[in-house]
Write a protein that binds this ligand. Structure first.
Ligand code: NZQ
Ligand code: ZN
Length: 389
């Protein structure tokens, strides 16, 4: 296990009616807030009104930016920055899933950017300062509610790029599992797999991290247990509660302590979302078993067999490649059981852009991706091709 520093400044309000804290919290930063959201869903179901009521009680004046799309666009970010500058906004309050929260984070950083906000993602500018931000999460998936990352899409350039800074960590996040009972089965499944993938990206690492491995397996096991329950019985609050906290714990820095992780599958997926606008968790479900088969060898098979025992309860007598493959089979069965696709064909994607996408993932073929096993463009292309049918 490597040395590490863990600094986690986000205050979490977890549970029923925790939105009651939004006014008091927001007013510590500013009396002028911008609420950011997606569709009119939160207008219809009363969440927006509830938040506004508590903000009013704390004398916080509210403006709104709606219409943020899944795979949030840089165009929404630009719109938000303009509103913030014109209206002298001092705190951002996204209400929604990862897309809405990421959009608000990009607005927070872009507000202080001299040039275009896309420069922060294209790598031609760095995040120096950001407006404070507090979230109301409505979908268990990304972990953005307790981390400093944001992922934004640019439809013009066909790019989906992440940026990160401790400055983008939410000051507070409101996690009420009741808000997630309306998440449809499809997005529940995609979110569940996103959580699982976040754990895998950190779990597959060569460092000896016994405690973290067991914690990681517990988070994945929780998803495997409660994802299907939440899909069948959307109002099952025990399932929604476990999924929500699993999503946060999966990517708030805890599971990354003392190790660097792999982080190959996410950038490989982001190209799929960038070119085909597919749901992030769906892309991950397609790619993950293929990535596993591609990187598996005799030296690292023990990671897979431990996962098989710890998550799927497999009785594996050794740590051979053959036993490791049984874990991958179990994962495939789980993916199928939650109605997620296992091939690109199932989501209508063919050979078309795979070569350029593999090149993009590896900086035009000049660099590699992944630490558990370092992958060149040809490897990434091979993984995409394994997923075709
Ligand atoms: O438009 P709205 O009304 O918000 O509807 C959303 C959207 O259509 C809907 N939804 C959200 N909460 C709901 C609900 N529907 C019914 N009831 C509710 N309570 O679900 C749809 C998907 O929402 P979205 O926010 O796109 O999903 P998710 O939370 O999975 O976020 C995905 C985005 O986050 C990025 C992904 O790449 C993708 O762009 N990620 C961000 C990360 C981060 N910042 O740390 C890490 C992740 O790996 C990921 O890359
Ligand atoms: Zn993810």
């Amino acid at each position: 296990m490597n040395n590490f520093v863990l600094n986690q400044p986000t205050t979490i309000y977890f549970g029923n009616d925790s939105v009651a804290n939004i006014g008091k919290e927001a007013s510590e930063y500013s009396k002028k807030a911008l609420i950011v959201y997606g569709s009119d869903r939160i207008e219809k179901n009363g969440v927006l009104d509830q938040a506004k009521k508590y903000l009013k009680e704390s004398q916080v004046e509210v403006s709104t930016l709606s219409g943020v799309d899944p795979n949030p666009r840089i165009t929404s970010v630009r719109k938000g920055i303009e509103i913030c500058r014109k209206q002298n906004i001092g705190v951002l309050l996204p209400i929604g899933g990862g897309s809405v929260i990421d959009c608000a984070k990009a607005i927070a950083a872009g507000f202080y950017c001299d040039g275009d906000a896309w420069d922060l993602f294209a790598g031609t500018a760095t995040i120096e300062k950001a407006l404070p931000l507090g979230c109301v999460l409505t979908l268990a998936a990304t972990g953005t509610e307790m981390n400093g990352n944001t992922v934004i899409s640019n439809l013009e350039t066909k790019q989906k790029i992440g940026a990160g800074s401790p400055l983008l960590r939410p000051k507070f996040s409101i996690l009420d599992p009741e808000y997630t009972i309306t998440v449809p089965a499809y997005h529940t499944a995609a979110g569940t797999f996103d959580i699982i993938s976040h754990v895998f990206e950190q779990y597959f690492d060569a460092a000896k991290t016994y405690l973290l491995d067991r914690l990681s397996e517990a988070v994945v096991k929780t998803c495997v247990e409660f994802g299907p329950i939440a899909m069948k019985d959307p109002a099952n609050i025990e399932a929604r509660t476990n999924l929500m906290w699993a999503g946060t714990l999966a990517l708030n820095g805890l599971l990354n302590t003392g190790r660097g992780g792999d982080w190959a599958v996410h950038p490989i997926e982001h190209e799929l979302s960038a070119y085909y606008d597919i749901t992030h968790g769906v892309g991950l479900a397609i790619l993950t078993p293929a990535w596993m088969e591609y990187v598996l060898d005799g030296d690292n098979a023990y990671k897979f067999t431990n996962l098989g025992r710890g998550v799927f309860g497999l009785e594996l007598n050794d740590d051979s490649v053959e036993s490791a493959k049984k874990t991958i089979d179990a994962l495939r069965d789980f993916i199928q059981s939650i109605g997620m696709p296992l091939s690109l064909k199932e989501v209508g994607i063919g050979q078309g852009n795979l070569e350029i996408m593999a090149s993009n993932v590896t900086g035009g073929g000049k660099s590699t991706v992944g630490n558990f096993k370092s992958l060149e463009a040809k490897d990434v292309l091979a993984i995409y091709k394994k997923c075709l049918n």
